[in-house]
Design a protein around this ligand. Structure first.
Ligand code: DX5
Ligand code: ZN
Length: 220
């Protein structure tokens, strides 16, 4: 299995975004996590297509776009044009999950399906064979810098078992409140893609990325 760090730029210094991304890419972070918030599905508003279009070539990282957006099917093509490689949608935000997954694949991108802390693991079962990644939210989506919800570990274990039982190879990404002190618990539970915002960009992003990568590399 591939163990990957996906720094979330929500906590980065936006006036030097390209440089912030480079600091993580040069130290081994293969994905760049791009949090889109619409003020409807989640209370806050972040950034969207024009920002992605401007930064997606700043590094060779995979652009991992997390759509915290109501009815994301409306924006799939626009994010593909802006440079997205992987688009994650929320199960709770889609009227037709199936059609949204199909649209992302038709646009030539990888599909992630995300569930909020209050959504049961079993809800992803009907889609498991059609997606590339499950995103388990370990905080309530909407803001960076929140505290990790410990019950997420059991949900990760359950989903990893569901994937293994079916002989599938689906990545499990975990997002929210991950830091150097708890990342091993998340990996031990079965996750292989780690999102970290404040734990990467607050302080020294180069050193923080290196410290995360040292742990992730020990799992290869
Ligand atoms: C929360 C976002 C996260 C957030 C993570 O709604 O989806 O990606 O930026 O930030 P930290 O790592 O600070 O919890
Ligand atoms: Zn996110």
């Amino acid at each position: 299995m591939d163990y990957i760090l996906a720094p979330s730029i929500l906590s980065a210094d936006f006036k030097v975004l390209g440089q912030e991304m480079q600091k993580t890419a040069e130290n081994g972070a293969r994905y760049l996590h791009f949090d889109v918030m619409d003020g409807m599905f989640v209370p806050s508003i972040s950034f969207g297509m024009p920002v992605l279009a401007s930064i997606h070539n700043a590094t060779n990282q995979l652009m991992d776009v997390h759509l915290m957006v109501q009815e994301p099917i409306r924006y799939i093509e626009a994010f593909q044009k802006a440079g997205a490689d992987l688009v994650t949608i929320h199960l709770e935000a889609c009227e037709d999950v199936e059609a949204t997954i199909t649209t992302i694949h038709e646009c030539g991108m990888k599909v992630g399906l995300s569930i909020c802390p209050e959504t049961d693991a079993e809800m992803v079962l009907p889609y498991l064979s059609e997606i590339d990644m499950i995103l388990v939210m370990s905080v309530h989506p909407g803001f960076g810098g929140q505290k990790f919800i410990p019950e997420s570990l059991e949900k990760i274990r359950k989903i990893r078992a569901m994937i293994a039982e079916r002989g599938l190879s689906v990545d499990i990404q975990v997002d929210g409140g991950i830091c150097l002190a708890n990342v091993r618990d998340v990996l031990d539970a079965g996750a292989n893609i780690i999102v970290a915002g404040s734990a990467v960009f607050k302080g020294d992003p180069e050193k923080n990325t290196k410290d995360f990568m040292e742990i992730l590399n020990s799992y290869e």
